[in-house]
Design a protein around this ligand. Structure first.
Ligand code: SAH
Ligand code: SF4
Ligand code: F3S
Length: 438
């Protein structure tokens, strides 16, 4: 029996899908490449923006046809979208061919949900149960990288964001659980660990023993052997000097920080409830670069938040020119039901469209300049695998997080090599392997 998982959304979901795969494999299913060959299909959903939702509903509709040729096909919908208020009912009514609906906090029920579906009964449950992931297996697909959750949920309630509603309140995993997972992964040969949380910097705030994120970094940084540690996402209001010092103290911790700014206007940041100003953010960047001169900083930026004026947007462009992000994920604000920004005065679509085009062009200039400076230099790269966008091309990242394409043997996947950058076209870097570490 075969399974197929559609994964939408962020790294959190990518990793949750590895847990889903683990449960399905334990139940006797094997992964397949085509949804047409599946006996069970899982939609691990995202609802961060309206476009994400629309795409999922479209794909969900296609299951009806598949069920006509395979009436025993089991369809499961889980993840952030099904956790949204009213969505489980909507799926029940409008997509009656869906057999199982689970949320983000009860993956541990998947096995019994499948049993129920096999008996031709529906299973709908979006209760938050706070499962322990040690309680079920995982099937990892991202070697040489491994994702590790450190905290779940979010307490920040940025006024545009649905995540606190669909992922629940912030909960930190005990340090000992994280350490034992990390040590096992390194023992198995994983070469890169990426710690995951909506706000990794607030790790430990809810733990009784006073552990914090800096301490976690020290604990992992001290582990022996050659590997890379990354983490995401950092909230600017909570990134402490202790954390910056910890990154600087250990060669295993990558000088790479994903630090979403969202806007360059203090007034918009205030209305987003981000709890830092434009100047706070810029001086934080200065402090980081003082301690970590070669750091790669990436960000998320949104245009068209309710009430954003042309001047607010110009402030964002100005910040982008100053900040020198190695890359920026740029989004058009999307209205999410149930969030405070939903009822604020909206920016017209044409204005948003114009701004996203200008923002992308602005960051593109910055990326191009940074890329051009990298040509001729040598970097240590962890070989990740084939880059399927190009023929016979492998890829990997610099410590700062830049993706580089090059040619090499497949048996170098999971090894560190030195690559000389030969050319750059804006965001894409091409290089030549000059030394292999065996
Ligand atoms: N916890 C992370 C972000 C998670 S969501 C943080 O605080 O940075 C990833 C990104 O999606 C956000 O940084 C934001 O830029 C974007 N985003 C969130 N809600 C959005 C919305 N309603 N419309 C458009 N983009 C949104
Ligand atoms: Fe959403 Fe803000 Fe929480 Fe990030 S910090 S998940 S943007 S509410
Ligand atoms: Fe991630 Fe989307 Fe959920 S961005 S946390 S999968 S709403």
């Amino acid at each position: 029996m075969n399974y197929f998982i559609h994964t939408y959304g962020c790294q959190m979901n990518i990793h949750d899908s590895e847990k889903i795969a683990g449960i399905l494999e334990k139940a006797g299913y094997v992964a397949c490449d085509e949804v047409e060959n599946a006996d069970i299909v899982v939609f691990n959903t995202c609802c961060i923006r309206e476009t994400a939702e629309q795409k999922i509903y479209g794909h969900l509709g296609a299951i009806k046809k598949l069920k006509r040729t395979n009436p025993d096909l089991i369809a499961v919908v889980c993840g952030c979208m099904s956790q949204q208020e009213g969505v489980a009912e909507k799926i029940k009514e409008s997509y009656p061919f869906v057999d199982v609906v689970l949320g983000t906090g009860n993956l541990n029920l998947l096995q019994q949900a499948i049993e129920t579906a096999r008996n031709k009964k529906k299973y709908v449950n979006v209760d938050f149960l706070h499962y322990r992931e040690e309680d079920f297996p995982q099937s990892r697909t991202s070697y040489p990288n491994a994702w590790v959750n450190i905290n779940y949920g979010c307490n920040n309630f940025c006024t545009y964001c649905i995540v606190p509603y669909v992922r629940g309140r912030e909960r930190s995993r005990p340090l000992a659980d994280i350490m034992s997972e990390v040590e096992q992964l390194l023992a198995k040969g994983y070469k890169e660990i990426t710690l995951l949380g909506q706000n990794v910097n607030s790790y430990g705030h809810d733990l009784a023993d006073g552990t914090d994120f800096a301490q976690l970094l020290h604990s992992i940084g001290k582990l022996s052997g050659k590997f890379r540690l990354r983490f995401m996402t950092s909230h600017p209001k909570d990134l402490s000097q202790d954390v910056i010092d910890a990154i600087a103290a250990y060669p295993n911790i990558c000088d790479n920080i994903h630090l979403p700014v969202q806007s360059g206007s203090t007034e918009i940041l205030r209305r987003m409830n981000r709890r830092y100003t434009r100047d706070d953010y810029l001086s934080l960047l200065e402090r980081i670069r003082k301690s970590l001169p070669d750091v790669g900083i990436t960000t998320d930026i949104m245009v068209g938040f309710p009430g954003e004026t042309e001047q607010d947007f110009e402030d964002t462009l100005d910040l982008v020119r100053r900040a020198k992000f190695s890359s920026a994920f740029c989004f058009v604000y999307s209205r999410r039901k149930g969030t405070p920004a939903y009822s604020m005065e909206q920016v017209p679509y044409a204005v948003k469209k114009d701004r996203i085009t200008r923002l992308l062009a602005c960051q593109n200039e910055v990326t191009k300049q940074i890329s051009a400076q990298m040509v001729g230099q040598k970097y240590e790269i962890l070989v990740e695998g084939a880059n399927n966008r190009y023929q016979n091309t492998m890829c990997g990242r610099t410590e700062s997080g830049r993706l580089v394409n090059f040619k090499c043997d497949e048996d170098l996947i999971g090894r560190f090599v030195t690559v000389e950058i030969e050319r750059a076209s804006s965001a894409t870097l091409w290089g030549r392997v000059s030394t292999e570490e065996r």
